[in-house]
Design a protein around this ligand. Structure first.
Ligand code: SF4
Ligand code: SF4
Length: 460
């Protein structure tokens, strides 16, 4: 039987830098709670020196496809090379990552997705960052403590020294909530091509009066702004958005307008596209993926058709790479996607979650339908060194689940008898009386959970 694997340049010259300095290999790793490569402040932090093996069964986020090169291999020989994809129809800028080889990965240029802060001043129905600052800082990995302005300046001084050129893509949350943004842009815009995605509601006036260099195609350096249009967010003000977009354009700072195709605003796309066409500003439709804050996910057939008609080829819905034939599957492994079903109430003692459980191992679970394998949660005190669970809960998986198959399960965690405090809630699959899958190397899904103390906390 041949040995198969996927090697990927993510981590060599492409990575995601989070508010506390943690660096993740790719967005998929961050979203599936894989550990970071390291923290950029650590003395021993280093980028991978060569493309390493990917642990994911699917590569499905656009920045990962845009910037990482993948080699699908059997017995050490490359079956298929999947280069980065986006830039053929989005920009004319250079793309040194697309042409790199397995033997000669790019070491001179860096593509970094920098998230200086994760909270946001908007409340879009389709975004977890709208949950409120306290919850965002508690629940997103690597959200806190945010580095100071001086620490960020030091980090970027080192990146300028290490890489002769690069692309810095800045996201959030709303990145302009970070005090570091304009000082860092003043520092790096002479050296790198910088793009920031912002809702364009904060500090736009200040930016146009700063020392930030506007993008210059000849040197491929300077700042461009992608203004994200969120017309159904509570704080959105149309006149202010239009004014800021035109001010950015007039000052040479605008790249274009981004429009998230969430169903509640999707069909307004053509309206805004036509308004902005008058000002020679392009509006790009971004398909909506994931689950919204009401718990809905996916498009109806009519919505899918509309998206396919209006989005660019690099953003089509089917753009994802199925790696499952190349990933060595362990006997027992699970993939878990978790979302909360009942509203968070810090005095509340019942916590209900929807979990998509996928069998990522080779063994069928409950082959006789007997229910030995179940979804479980364990609640651990956040502060103690030793990991001793104070409570466990279970949910049946309702019959056999074969390798590669997934099922939606609901699980309720009760904390009536748990002392108030900060906890970590870990979701995993358990083979009763034998082992937790995490004990065999499967990834748990962990989230912070606050129990009690309602009088001490301000509602977020
Ligand atoms: S193939 Fe995709 S998911 Fe895997 S490491 Fe590369 S970017 Fe991440
Ligand atoms: S503006 Fe962007 S980051 Fe903020 S809530 Fe909306 S989608 Fe999320």
């Amino acid at each position: 039987m041949s040995t198969r694997e996927v090697r990927c340049s993510a981590g060599v010259n492409f990575g995601l830098l989070y508010p506390n300095g943690d660096v993740y290999r790719c967005m998929r790793d961050y979203n599936t709670r894989m550990p970071p490569i390291g923290n950029i402040l650590d003395d021993d932090f280093a980028w991978h020196d060569r493309p390493l093996t990917c642990q994911q069964r699917v590569c499905n986020t656009s920045c990962d496809s845009d910037w990482a090169s993948k080699w699908l291999m059997s017995d050490g020989a490359v079956d298929r090379h999947v280069p980065a994809t986006e830039w053929n129809d989005v920009t004319q800028q250079r793309h040194p990552w697309r042409d790199q080889t397995l033997e000669n990965p790019q070491h001179d240029a860096i593509m970094l997705i920098w998230t200086p802060t994760l909270p946001c001043n908007y409340s879009c129905s389709y975004c977890g960052c709208a949950a409120g600052k306290a919850q965002v800082l508690r629940e997103f990995p690597s959200a806190t403590p945010e580095l100071t302005v001086a620490q960020w300046q030091d980090v970027f001084a080192r990146l300028i020294k290490q890489f002769s050129w690069g692309q810095i893509q800045t996201n959030g949350g709303e990145p302009f909530l970070s005090d570091a943004l304009i000082p860092v842009f003043e520092q790096i815009s002479q050296h790198f091509s910088v793009n920031v995605v912002t809702n364009a509601s904060l500090k736009m006036y200040e930016l146009t009066r700063s020392r930030v260099k506007a993008y210059d195609a000849a040197s491929d350096t300077g700042l461009q702004i992608t203004a994200s249009l969120h017309p159904t967010s509570h704080n959105f003000r149309w006149d202010s958005f239009l004014g800021n977009v035109l001010m950015l354009k007039g000052n040479g700072l605008l790249r274009g307008v981004n429009f998230v195709g969430w169903p509640g605003q999707l069909f307004m796309y053509e309206y805004y596209r036509d308004v902005f066409a008058k000002y020679d500003v392009e509006v790009l439709l971004q398909p909506w993926v994931g689950m919204d804050n009401e718990g809905y996910q996916g498009y109806t057939p009519a919505e899918s058709e509309y998206v396919q008609l209006h989005t660019r080829s690099s953003r089509k819905l089917e753009n994802q790479l199925d790696l499952s034939d190349y990933i060595a599957m362990p006997d027992h492994a699970a993939e878990l996607e978790v979302s909360r079903l009942n509203p968070r109430d810090e005095g509340g003692r019942e916590h209900i979650f929807a979990v998509r459980v996928t069998n990522a191992g080779t063994n069928t679970w409950n082959p006789a339908g007997a229910g030995d394998v179940r979804l479980g949660t364990r609640l651990f005190p956040a502060s103690r060194g030793k990991r001793i669970a104070v409570r466990e809960d279970r949910a049946d998986l309702l019959g056999p689940i074969a390798s590669g198959e997934g099922r939606d399960v609901e699980i309720t965690v009760r904390t009536d008898e748990v002392a108030p405090g900060d906890y970590e809630l870990a979701f995993d699959v358990v083979h009763e009386n034998k082992f937790w899958f995490a004990d065999l190397g499967s990834a748990e899904f962990r989230m912070p959970l606050v129990v009690g103390h309602p009088s001490l906390r301000i509602a977020s």
